[in-house]
Design a protein. Sequence first.
Length: 160
Amino acid sequence: MSTHAPNEARVIPLRPHTSSPGSGGATRAPQRPAGAPPAPAPAPREPLWRDLVGDAMRRERLAQERTLKDVAEAARISIPYLSELERGRKEASSEVLAAAARALGLGLADLLSLAQDELTQHTRSQAGRSGVGRSQVGRSRLDRSRTSPTGQYDGLCLAA
């Protein structure tokens, strides 16, 4: 027989409490010794592809002055789902992305190209913030693989 009231939910903690008794449940961050060098700044987080695609869809929709309802109906997807895609909360299938792109008057390649442009901008802005210029970085393996024999790259490359 259970000892709790029938209309009350029983909560089972997933993690044990790490606070010491009498601390009021507060946990403290570990202390560094005095005179220790400051901790290095965490590396900037790269954006997720779903965030980039969602941002591109939202920018295009707003540039066309269209509502979520209008685009969702044209793409035959629900309004809440389209909203979640635009906010980067959901990872859409290629079929859904193609439908949303068509509803915006774009091809799938156009939408993904907009997302790639945003990723390129983000990468360049992160390199600028870190104080490392493109000329100082040198040519990495990734740079060489993206460069055509003429020294320019002007295409869209996606890998899954």
